[in-house]
Write a protein that binds this ligand. Sequence first.
Ligand SMILES: [Zn+2]
Length: 484
Amino acid sequence: MNYIAAIGLEVHVQLKTRSKMFCACPNAYGAPPNTHTCPTCLGLPGALPAMNEEALRMTVLTGLMLDCDIADVSKFDRKNYFYPDLAKNYQISQYDAPLCTNGRVPLHDVAYPQDAQTAIATSGKTVNLVRIHLEEDVAKSFHFETTTGIDFNRAGTPLMEIVSQPEIASPDEAFAYLTSLKQILICGGISDADMEKGQLRCDCNVSVRAATQAELGAKVEIKNMNSISGVRRALRFEIERQIALLESGATIQQETRGWNDDAGETFLMRSKESAHDYRYFPDPDLLPIATHALLADVRARVPELPAAKRMRFVEQYGVSGYDAGVLTHDLAVAAYFERAAEHSPKPKSVANWILNDLQSALSAAGISVGDCPIPPEALEELVGLIDAGRISGKQAKEVFAEMFETSRPAGVIVKERGLEQVSDVAAIEALCDNAIAANPKPAADYRAGNAASLNFLTGQVMKLSKGKANPQIVTEILTRKLKE
Ligand SMILES: [Zn+2]
């Protein structure tokens, strides 16, 4: 029997605003507990919320980047439930009038896990969205040995929820979805989307059914995933678990599970969950939002998206589609490439240096491109020296290593080390004459049709030049002279 999985992801994104969603407290990570609070975000009676316009703009901007429909009028609702980290006993969220509906996330091949990039089931796939809404985050609980502490610094910070259709077909696609989405969010300046800091959090819905069955199977939710590779592993485990159950003739129950990353297993949290009744109602303290004024502002802020940047790199710089994908995967790398390639007659060579030597030097040194000791203009200079035939490819590697070590310009290193190739034709002609005169037999052999003798003679000229002659020019001159 064949089985199909249907995966839907709910992604929570912390917005990079300066202040919280409904008060002026700073929205910052890492401050001592309960130092960023006020009556509003502590939920004290009588405190009134005031909307953070920038959070609204960022959500609408996300909607525009993901091709969503933006509501003309949206509103905030109260979602009622009790929880220790929710002081008001309700969360301000959006129920039936979210800011954005529909939309899509295009998956790029480079966004798949590296070990899965050669076996992508649906290249160029797009995953449709249900909605994007805005809400306030809750406080954070810390469980100690015998007590629990609650930090309200996070309470009331703006949180955007992006809900996908259950169209993701595999753990690899879920990985590509999250990576592609994260890239777009970073590109728009919406969030740093660092999962380890909780800036991007994800719940996964997954159901498995027989390939012959049309309707979706029972939905199992895996809560609170905090890494993209963890999502992939949890989904792999969960799909296997559900298939084994179906194979044994059991039925799958709708339930909520957690993920134990160390054990590599999902575990049951709550079973037979009935639909919650949160008694949503419009928040009487907050007026509905008319989006037309926001939209004019936000349209001007839509950046060049990763897909458009990839296409432009292919057209403008002549790099391959794959290389464009790798170069644009990280915005900082893309910016570095553009600065180095901007005035270079060989942008493709610049790309190769970045993708090979530079990336491996950076990862060996454990630093990001932002801290790269070689400025982009210096890399352009190095490529220029090779292109002009002033140094060989092999010499360039030595120069590159020293540039990375010392941050000094290529031209200076080449001079100091006396590396410069001799490309002066007159000088090389003289050396060729000497080599031919000193080796009459190989010269005669070449004239008689033994092509290999040319390599010997080239070697002799290189030796005479102490390795500095441009080998390409040597070969050209020797060939011409031997035909005379
Ligand atoms: Zn506050």
